[in-house]
Design a protein around this ligand. Structure first.
Ligand SMILES: Cc1ncc(COP(=O)(O)O)c(C=O)c1O
Length: 498
């Protein structure tokens, strides 16, 4: 606890009563002073004792644009104000506190977990404050930003292959289980089956939503990974009002939806997917299928594109699973009525996806972007079918110069046995000949410089332009037929001007 502080309030301030639920955040008490209605506010403390005390009490924000086609009111529970920028801080701290209380995690111990990043971040922050060491295993599917962020807090991170069965000794589940056996004084958080995860949301997130909506919430839309958020918040809300609907958002490639609908665990439902944080290839203990009324699957493309749209239309920088939640909600919009009050969970922050959903080239490489922007392919199409002039590495400098002059070109790729090995420009030839006139009969490979960079047909004009500079006045691209084409500054300007 920090310092106690009193403040004299005006009459208008005393009309307001502010409550913060069961939070650890500063609590304001208002007391009216007789008929004057002026009052004294006791602000319980003026600072937090450590960063862990700032977890929770996250804002609920109305969405105004992205959900325009939905008749109901839609609110987003913005969990990125937690210190680790995700909802997982809540359950990470709760799992640690419960393990400490049960004597499973002892002073100086090591926390081990298989985590896709956000739980790791919550555990790592709590470990710094409480003096534990952290070792995390994660998959090579996870964004680099998430892994680097864990390392920023001093955690050790082991990256394991994604496309192996959970029982495979190389999987991130198996590696973390092995580490816990081999590391003295260690504890595995096991977010999937550790019910402190669900309990954290039952004790904190659920009551916050209930109080913030004054009990008017009718629907909860939540991504399901470990299941802790959906099960904990859902259980609390349903205890308050059994009519509240809990809609779990799932991915294609995950087993949840089919299991809920048929009771069958179907291995055929399992295949690799891109969406991060939601869906699973097994049934975690934290998924309470009785609390979740339905599962809605969202494609990787819809989740990725919606993630961008939330930033563009609401100014909220949300992660990939939040995109899936909104896309899923829009898929289900026909089930909503104007009086409904929907709460959608924003699980984490967009900054963790800068190299993915917020990178147009990444989206384009996966075929997720219907091209509104110019790409290498569209630049080539705009230019028409022109064969690329190349020069063989063993041609002489003079022959090369004469060929370039006759064809009116200022730069040319140099090839050897069909492979691009370099480039030569008019100024390279001029410089070489001024320096040593005898070089005119030397092979062009003697004076050529590094090749033009290669790009993909889907590479954006922005990326291509960034690669073109004084030393590199063009890029190369393999077209649909495997032929090498050259794109120059001139082609780019022409394509833009069309
Ligand atoms: C980004 C993100 N979204 C959603 C989830 C799913 O939440 P839960 O594990 O509580 O089901 C996770 C869990 O790892 C996550 O990291």
């Amino acid at each position: 606890m920090g310092r106690l502080k009193f403040k004299v309030l005006t009459s208008c301030e005393t009309k307001e009563t502010i409550t913060f639920g069961k939070s650890r955040a500063p609590t304001l008490f208002f007391s009216s002073m007789g008929s004057t209605s002026a009052g004294l506010a006791l602000i319980e403390f003026m600072w937090y004792n450590n960063i862990l005390e700032t977890i929770g009490n996250t804002p609920l924000v109305k969405l105004n644009n992205i959900t325009r086609e939905i008749s109901a009111t839609v609110l987003m529970k913005v969990e990125t104000t937690n210190p680790g920028n995700s909802i997982k801080d809540r359950m990470a701290l709760k799992m640690i506190e419960d393990a400490e209380a049960a004597g499973l995690l002892k002073p100086g111990g090591t926390i081990i977990e298989g985590t896709s990043g956000n739980t790791g971040m919550g555990l790592a922050i709590a470990a710094v404050v409480k003096g534990y060491r952290c070792i995390f295993t994660t998959t090579d599917k996870q964004s680099k930003e998430k892994i680097d962020a864990l390392r920023a807090f001093g955690a050790e991170v082991i990256v394991c292959p994604t496309n192996v069965e959970p029982e495979d000794p190389r999987s991130y589940y198996s590696v973390s289980s092995r580490l816990v056996k081999e590391t003295p004084n260690s504890w595995k958080a096991n977010q999937y089956d550790n019910l402190s995860n669900t309990q954290a949301h039952y004790e904190q997130t659920g009551p916050e939503i209930w109080e913030q909506t004054e009990g008017k919430v009718t629907h909860l839309v939540v991504g399901v990974g470990t299941g802790g958020t959906a099960s904990g918040v859902g259980r609390y809300l349903k205890e308050k009002n059994p009519d509240i609907q809990v809609w779990g958002i799932d991915t294609y490639g995950s087993v949840f939806k089919k299991y809920k609908e048929t009771g069958i665990f179907d291995k055929n439902e399992i295949y690799p997917y891109i969406t991060e944080g939601i869906g699973e290839d097994f049934l975690p203990e934290n998924v309470d299928f009785d609390v979740i009324d339905l599962f809605e699957k969202v494609t990787d493309q819809d989740a990725a594109l919606m993630t961008r749209e939330i930033a563009r239309k609401e100014g909220i920088f949300a992660g990939n699973s939040t995109g899936a939640n909104i896309a899923g909600l829009l898929q289900l919009k026909a089930r909503l009525k104007p009086d409904d009050l929907v709460v959608v969970i924003q699980h984490d922050h967009g900054s963790r996806y800068m190299g993915k959903m917020f990178n147009e080239d990444w989206l384009r490489e996966r075929g997720f972007l219907e091209d509104e922007k110019l790409t290498a392919q569209r630049i080539l199409r705009a230019r028409g079918d022109i064969a690329t002039v190349m020069v063989d590495a063993e041609q002489t400098v003079l022959e090369t110069f004469n060929m370039m002059k006759s064809m009116n070109i200022s730069q040319v790729p140099v090839t050897q046995q069909g492979m691009v090995v370099g480039k030569v420009t008019e100024s390279d030839i001029l410089e070489a000949l001024l320096d040593r006139p005898s070089l005119k009969s030397a092979m062009v490979k003697e004076i050529c410089t590094v090749p033009f960079p290669f790009v993909d047909l889907r590479t954006s004009i922005d990326k291509i332009s960034s690669l073109i500079n004084k030393e590199n006045q063009a890029v190369l691209v393999e077209d649909e037929y495997g032929r090498i084409a050259i794109i120059t500054q001139y082609d780019i300007i022409n394509a833009i001007a069309k």
